[in-house]
Design a binder for this molecule. Structure first.
Ligand code: G4P
Length: 193
């Protein structure tokens, strides 16, 4: 997605050898106009696939996911990283290991929001090692629902996430694919949409 790549080049900051800071439009401050465009492109790709729910994980997946859900006219559910006192009913959970933070955490979705009839599109802001996405796939499978695909805003193609998901037979659609950060500069490979 050209508009996204241009924005990453303009406002993204490379930190170290493998982190891209995009807090001015995606992960902290959110550019809703860009999110709306992202929503349109991902929704168009999955428009005829019978999607009934969009699922993401808090926090930064929520912004793009809500616009995809709006375009597809289906509910958006975000997995929670912390159980709160109102989650008294059955919950579906998965363990997610973060290589970045080197901690494992439990993510959860209330069982009442997913059924075996659901066809789910997963959306997330970053795909790195794919652990968050894998946790969501796990939860959706526990509900007996089907994962139709995964839409990603920024994929770091030099990390293992895409391969991990494709090995499970899941279609990945990434709007920007970072090949590497050689010399602190962003190099892209061809995106999926
Ligand atoms: P994984 O889910 O693909 O395995 O990712 P990993 O454990 O490596 O990353 C953990 C967190 O760091 C995730 O957010 C992920 O979105 C984010 N992340 C990974 N690479 C980058 C990057 O290059 N830039 C930025 N800005 N973020 C990155 P999180 O902490 O779980 O969630 P959130 O609350 O910030 O959304």
């Amino acid at each position: 997605m050209k508009l996204l790549e241009e924005r990453m080049l303009k406002d993204g900051n490379v930190l170290g050898k493998d982190i891209l800071k995009v807090d001015s439009f995606l992960t902290h401050q959110v550019d809703f106009k860009l999110m709306k465009e992202i929503g349109k492109v991902l929704a168009e790709k999955y428009a005829d696939r019978g999607i009934t729910k969009v699922v993401t994980i808090e926090a930064s997946g929520i912004a793009p996911a809500i616009y995809v859900a709006e375009e597809l006219d289906v509910p958006m559910i975000f997995a929670k990283k912390h159980k709160n006192i109102t989650m008294t009913e059955d919950i579906l959970t998965a363990q997610v290991y973060s290589f970045t933070k080197q901690v494992s955490s439990t993510v959860s979705i209330s069982a009442k929001f997913l059924t075996s009839k659901d066809r789910v599109l997963i959306i997330d802001d970053f795909l790195a090692n794919g652990q968050a996405a894998k946790g969501l796939v796990d939860i959706i499978s526990q509900a007996g629902a089907e994962v139709v695909g995964i839409g990603i805003v920024i994929e770091k193609s030099f990390q293992a996430g895409r391969q991990l998901l494709e090995d499970e037979g899941i279609e990945v659609t990434s709007l920007a694919r970072i090949k590497n950060f050689n010399d602190g500069k962003l190099n892209f490979m061809e995106a999926d949409a």
